[in-house]
Ligand binder design. Structure first.
Ligand code: GUN
Ligand code: ZN
Length: 443
């Protein structure tokens, strides 16, 4: 495949602005992204770079902004149809809405149809990589990975471990790890797929199964650990009651060998400083899920405390407790949660968390999350004028103002196009699908 250029404003935040300051942001007002063989070959100022690529076919996106593909650090594909279920907090919501919906994934055809819709939603929202909960059924993992492989998406997922769930949704084999081993052998490293050992949370696994999850993680240094922690007060009280010998929620996971640099804990809303310090020392990370925490009334995560401890962070939509597949909307809600704690979130930092930060958390930061040469060409073309209000609010504004307006007012409508490894995977507007012969419009 010959190289292709994409001309637009380029914006990425490869480093955390909290540590790196203004040097964290890479911005080219009139930029050129050169893609070759599915990877970024070069990124920089259009005028400088175009001279180095004679004959380059260039697709011009005037007025648009190219950012790295979004990384959803925590989402449940089987809960696509649970979104917007009224009236309950976490434990009741799980019993009434989620467990019945997940039980339906015993039917592989239902899993395949939902996986297909789910991945389409990710792409419509500019999400190119995600850490995804499936269900307890191995076939639900097969369905998701099959669909992601066909699209060449970077998806990390795994079979949910829950041998204490309701009878309709429970591991009958208990601590037997054969099913997980077979899934890892079948899927990990195929295409752009990765495996995560996924105990649902401490309450839905026996001690024997939590110990098995720890063994599995130790035996597979390539796999992640993905679970929930400290989301809701009633959940935390139940964990304390069952694991009375453990000092706190994190200590339960520590006791079973589940806390390390490959561990991603969704939520971490109600955490003491000591636990955060242990998390940071272990290199474990948190996926913050603001729309979910607000929707379920779980609480306000404390970004200042997480930062003070030095915990690694990403952003998750947590659909179906989360209320949007859009990482733009999720950044906007993260800002509001931080406002309630009088700690306004910088828009460039939010973009970092939704791209490079999330990618680092998922162990794929060397491949995606930036526009740096050598990385996989997963990128999003954002339209700061996607709606009349966005157009009015962003006209004549600087990049920080436009980015923040996109976070507060934007959603899937602001995603003009999504590219996976340099291929158009989703596009809005009348001129799609993209013509394979691109006009060189440098003249
Ligand atoms: N804790 C255990 N399971 C779940 C789940 O499916 N969603 C959320 N938000 N929290 C959980
Ligand atoms: Zn979740």
């Amino acid at each position: 495949m010959p190289a292709t250029g994409y001309r637009a404003e380029l914006l990425s935040v490869p480093h955390d602005p909290r540590a790196a300051g203004s040097g964290a942001v890479v911005h080219h007002a009139d930029g050129l992204l050169v893609v070759e063989g599915g990877h970024v070959a070069a990124a920089g100022d259009f005028a400088t770079l175009v001279a180095r690529w004679p004959g380059l076919a260039v697709r011009h996106y005037p007025g648009k902004t190219i950012v790295p593909g979004f990384v959803d650090a925590h989402v449940h594909y089987p809960q696509t149809d649970c979104i917007a279920a009224h009236g309950h907090q976490l434990l009741d919501w799980l019993e009434r809405h989620v467990f019945p919906a997940e039980a339906a994934f015993a039917d592989p055809a239902h899993a395949r149809a939902t996986a297909d819709f789910f991945l389409g939603e990710l792409l419509r929202n500019g999400t190119t990589s995600a850490l995804v909960f499936a269900t307890v059924h191995a076939a639900s993992v097969d369905a998701l990975f099959d669909a992601a492989l066909a699209r060449d998406m970077r998806i990390v997922s795994g079979k949910v471990l829950m041998d204490l769930g309701p009878p309709t949704l429970r591991d009958s084999a208990g601590p037997d790890r054969a099913e997980s081993e077979a899934l890892i052998a079948r899927w990990h490293g195929r295409g752009r797929l990765g495996y995560a050992v996924t105990p649902r949370f401490a309450l839905t696994s026996s001690d024997a199964q939590l110990a098995m999850a720890g063994d599995l993680l130790a035996a597979h240094p390539e796999a992640l650990l993905h679970t929930h922690m400290a989301e809701n007060h009633a959940e935390i009280t139940a964990v304390q009651a069952r694991f009375s010998g453990c000092a706190d929620y994190l200590a339960v996971y520590e006791a079973f060998g589940l806390v390390g640099p490959r561990s991603v804990f969704a939520h971490c809303v109600h955490m003491e400083a000591g636990a955060l310090a242990r998390m940071a020392a272990a290199g474990a990370g948190a996926a913050l899920c603001p729309t979910s925490n607000l929707f379920l009334g779980s609480g306000l995560f404390d970004l200042a405390a997480l930062d003070a401890a030095g915990v690694r962070l990403g952003l998750g939509t947590d659909v179906g407790a989360g209320t949007s597949f859009s990482l733009l909307a999720t950044m906007g809600e993260a800002y509001k949660v931080c406002q309630l704690r009088e700690n306004p979130l910088d828009p460039f930092r939010a973009l970092h968390l939704a791209t490079a930060g999330g990618a680092q958390l998922l162990g794929i930061g060397d491949r995606v999350g930036t526009l740096q040469p050598g990385s996989e060409a997963d990128f999003v073309v954002l339209d700061p004028a996607a709606t009349p209000l966005l157009a009015r609010r962003t006209a004549g504004r600087n990049v920080a103002e436009r980015l923040f307006a996109l976070q507060v007012l934007g959603d899937d409508r602001a995603v003009h196009a999504t590219y996976l490894a340099g291929r158009l995977a989703h596009g809005r507007g009348p001129c799609w699908p993209e013509s394979p012969t691109l006009a060189d419009d440098r003249a």
